[in-house]
Write a protein that binds this ligand. Structure first.
Ligand SMILES: O=C(O)CCC(=O)C(=O)O
Ligand SMILES: [Fe+2]
Length: 320
């Protein structure tokens, strides 16, 4: 059961159907399967996340980026072994060969102190966060949102299991102790004469499992539509999230489902804020071609791996 609202060619998936009748769940599975076979990008509506929490996340995010530069530099990501903290404007180049991205960001993960066995063992991206000084509601708001997004991701994984034709609880073990990253982003307006190829965020695919993207009112996100050789505008739709599949799901489904190129060009003339949440599941979980995605006579495209090994490999390729 999906619709294509004006202003975008991407479908809207009604997540409340997951808790509906068998017939409603079948509709959900079929609409989601279609979306994942095409771009792997869709909007999710009726997700049950409170407006107040979303408003608080934007308020705290704006307050963070409004801090004086020295205060942001004091929690620079380079000071963290777990990839947490502030990334300055033009600190990342997502599209090789293009100018650096016209955005600043902030990375948050599960709060694990130095005594946690995973941190002691030097596991990938596990460790404490760096929290900003002088923003009393920041940590609590972001922690609440982080946990809420983990729960929403687990529901999306249930829907995905149904879309693939698997039992609803198929991904439960994957969703146990998940590895997730919350990223706050701030895009200044694109300058009137940008450098050639300069963008808010260069064209890239996401590495992990599913991404849940919270958008403000300003357009800018574009999704590559390979079937028609064009960029689709993924303009914000109030009350929804944009969800997309990452490279790990493409790998897991033997490329039946898509991890699609996307980019941001902030021509809105205004400051743009967005909040992607990257969900990659349990680091020890095995990612081996799903038998349901291997038609007779087909070859697997990738060797088996684990969540953690896959993520480390993708980071190495991007930041090498
Ligand atoms: O800001 C956006 O709309 C997209 C951000 C994004 O694609 C990412 O952070 O991976
Ligand atoms: Fe992305």
């Amino acid at each position: 059961m999906s619709t294509h609202p004006p202003g975008t060619a991407l479908p809207v998936i009604d997540l409340s159907l997951l808790a509906g009748t068998d017939q409603e769940r079948d509709h959900l599975a079929s609409a989601l399967n279609d979306a994942c076979l095409h771009t792997g990008f869709f909007y999710v509506s009726n997700h049950g996340i409170a407006d107040e929490l979303i408003a608080a996340v934007f308020r705290e995010s704006r307050a963070l980026f409004d801090l004086p530069t020295e205060q942001k530099e004091a929690i620079h990501k380079a000071r963290s072994r777990a990839n947490r903290g502030y990334e300055p404007l033009r600190g990342q180049t997502l599209e090789p060969g293009s100018p650096p991205d016209l955005k600043e960001g902030f990375y948050i993960g599960e709060e694990l102190d130095e005594s946690d066995p995973r941190v002691q063992a030097g596991r990938f991206n596990q460790g404490p966060n760096q929290w900003p000084e002088g923003l009393p509601a920041f940590q609590e708001t972001m922690t609440k949102y982080f946990e809420t997004m983990n729960d929403l991701s687990a529901r999306i994984m249930e829907a995905l299991a149904l879309a693939i034709g698997l039992p609803r609880n198929y991904f439960d073990a994957f969703c146990h102790n998940p590895m997730s990253t919350l990223r706050l982003l701030h895009y200044p307006p694109q300058p009137p004469s940008p450098a050639p190829g300069e963008k808010g965020c260069g064209a890239h695919t996401d590495f992990g499992g599913v991404t849940i993207l919270l958008l403000d009112d300003h357009p800018g996100l574009q999704v590559w539509d390979a079937a028609n050789n064009r960029w689709i505008n993924a303009s914000p739709i109030p009350g929804t999230f944009v969800v997309n599949l990452g490279d790990m799901i493409a790998r897991w489904t033997n490329d039946r489902y898509r991890s699609t190129l996307h980019r941001v060009v902030n021509t809105s003339g205004a400051e743009r804020y967005s909040v992607p949440f990257f969900y990659s599941g349990n680091p020890d979980h095995e990612v081996t071609c799903l038998p349901a995605c291997l038609a007779e006579g087909d070859q697997t495209h990738y060797p088996p791996t684990t969540v953690e090994a896959h993520l480390m490999e993708m980071y190495r390729r991007t930041y090498a």
